[in-house]
Design a protein around this ligand. Structure first.
Ligand code: C2E
Ligand code: CA
Ligand code: CA
Ligand code: CA
Length: 284
């Protein structure tokens, strides 16, 4: 019996190590494919509307990456973005995203008679922000695409406050802000880093993470109220993402949230099928 248990035990170890090997193989295959993803046409940018809470006017569109890996098929950004960050492929991918997003936003502007067009919001990895050349590269992309700096929003996460990133991230963000680019703090409430340095950063808005919008419990409400208090104190806008229902929208509007984003107003879509100035949601 003892040797039987030992045999089974060893079998289980083999089983687990095979699963781990599969995971490793997948990560490796994805990482290798990511090296060329910005050049081989496998990446696509989708756009999701961000609306003014009361009027439902589209004020911005957030660029969201979609990737179909030739070998493996569609892969979620929650899986491939961390891999791209570990390998630093995010640097090239991020440049591609900025280029595509700015040129799309320029088109919205050009195709609109009165030139009133939504801004474009671009997610930016801390790996990009700590590059000393980052702000200059953004400036070149703005110049080449012809997009005005005040039509670009850079979304950053609380990782900019981490001690090892803070100095260079702050230099990059100050330079961008000086150019007229808006800076939004994404995923508010999910980070572990200290917000005590918030006042040193050139932020224009905080974006409440969808986990707090989607859950109706007291703690989530407290995070939303906390965000609104901080925003008031520092003169920032508050944006809520993950709005899926009319009830959520009404509650957030009543609390004083400025802008809303979520499936209720529109899912991320390809540019071709997008109406950039309207949503089908009635005004309040
Ligand atoms: P994020 O920046 O917090 O983006 C919001 C996510 O919530 C998106 O997921 C969006 O599709 C999803 N979402 C929007 N409205 C709703 C809703 O009403 N309900 C639900 N359940 N979800 C909603 P997605 O597109 O899968 O992106 C996941 C994350 O990947 C993003 O989170 C962002 O952190 C990252 N990401 C996406 N594109 C880029 C990029 O170009 N660069 C970088 N660095 N990160 C990106
Ligand atoms: Ca975002
Ligand atoms: Ca977010
Ligand atoms: Ca997120």
């Amino acid at each position: 019996a003892a040797s039987e248990a030992k045999r089974l035990g060893r079998g289980r170890i083999v089983f687990y190590s095979e699963v781990l090997a599969d995971i490793q193989r997948r990560r490796l295959a994805l990482s290798i494919a990511l090296a060329n993803a910005h050049k081989d046409g496998s990446l696509k940018l989708f756009f999701q509307p961000i609306v003014a809470a009361a009027s439902t006017e589209v004020v911005a569109l957030e660029a969201l990456l979609r990737w179909t890996c030739a070998e493996i098929g569609p892969v979620s950004p929650d899986e491939f973005i961390p891999l791209a960050e570990e390998s630093d492929h995010i640097i090239n991918i991020g440049k591609w995203v900025l280029q595509q997003a700015c040129s799309a936003a320029k088109t919205w502007q050009d195709t609109n008679d009165d030139h009133i067009a939504p801004k474009v919001a671009v997610n930016t990895s801390i790996r990009q922000l700590i590059q000393a050349s980052f702000a200059d590269e953004v400036q070149v992309i703005l110049k080449n695409t012809g997009l005005a700096a005040d039509h670009l929003v850079i979304e950053v996460t609380e990782s900019v406050f981490d001690e090892q990133n803070m100095q260079q991230a702050l230099i990059s963000l100050l330079a961008l802000h000086e150019m007229g680019v808006e800076i939004h703090l994404d995923d508010f409430g999910t980070g572990y880093s200290s917000l005590s340095r918030l006042h040193e950063f050139p932020m224009d808005a905080i974006k409440i993470d969808k986990s707090f919008v989607m859950s109706a419990d007291e703690k989530s409400l407290a995070v939303v109220e906390g965000a609104l208090l901080i925003a008031k104190k520092f003169g920032l806008k508050v944006i809520a993402e993950g709005v899926e229902t009319a009830q959520q929208r009404e509650k957030l509007l009543a609390l004083g949230v400025d802008e809303l984003q979520g499936y209720f107003f529109g899912k991320p879509t390809k540019l071709a099928t997008l109406s950039v100035t309207e949503t089908s949601v009635p005004k309040l």
